[in-house]
Ligand binder design. Structure first.
Ligand SMILES: [Ca+2]
Ligand SMILES: [Ca+2]
Ligand SMILES: [Ca+2]
Ligand SMILES: [Ca+2]
Length: 204
């Protein structure tokens, strides 16, 4: 009895025509397929989920960035007002906004401030797991003014994209949240907040 053995060319043709191969899609081109990113708690739309400069595949801790914050420097001329991780409000619609990290920054100085680095961490109160992220918000704050840094789905102008597979969005445990903010040459400013158990909620 003769066995049918498909040629390599035929297999490649079948592969190219099989939609199931889309399962291997790697949207952010970091070497980790989209379908595997949630298992690693990484972002399928961000090659460097934690922002530490190492792509997710090469990064031994892809959701744990080392702190880039430098101690010392001149006294900061800005401060963190509110640090929110729930009960956010949409200032335009005056309605609840989906829970997200929001940092109010107040510039008490006499010069405009720009070039911020934000380092933030989530620690899960039940599992003890910690994630840490570095982002560079593109905000400029005039002297005497304030601005708000938003880390959410990143679809609004000026908003940063949060990792959709982070413990902030996937665990319903309480979280201890820290934020450190720095402008080059100035001492860092920090704040902490506790997130109640129950998970991040979408707007009402
Ligand atoms: Ca990927
Ligand atoms: Ca990724
Ligand atoms: Ca990384
Ligand atoms: Ca890392």
């Amino acid at each position: 009895m003769k066995t049918f053995t498909p040629s390599l060319a035929a297999l490649l043709l079948i592969g190219a025509l099989t939609p199931a191969l889309a399962a291997n899609a790697d949207t952010d081109n970091d070497g980790i397929p989209d379908l595997a990113e949630p298992l690693l708690h990484t972002d399928p739309m961000n090659a460097d989920t934690d922002g530490d400069g190492m792509d997710d595949l090469a990064d031994n801790d892809p959701v744990l960035a080392a702190s880039p914050i430098v101690a010392g420097g001149a006294v900061a001329t800005f401060r963190i007002g509110e640090l929110l991780v729930e009960n956010n409000v949409d200032p335009v619609a005056h309605k609840d906004a989906p829970d997200h990290l929001e940092v109010q920054v107040i510039n008490d100085g006499s010069t405009e401030l720009t070039g911020f680095t934000l380092f933030y961490t989530f620690t899960d109160a039940d599992s003890g797991a910690t994630e840490a992220y570095v982002v560079h918000p593109a905000v400029s704050i005039p002297a005497g003014a304030e601005a708000r840094i938003h880390v959410d789905d990143g679809t609004k102008a000026g908003h940063l994209r949060a990792n959709p597979n982070s413990i902030y969005l996937t665990s319903v445990a309480g979280k201890h949240v820290t934020a450190e903010l720095q402008v080059a040459g100035m001492a860092p400013v920090s704040a902490t907040v506790e997130k109640d158990p129950g998970g991040a909620e979408v707007a009402d």
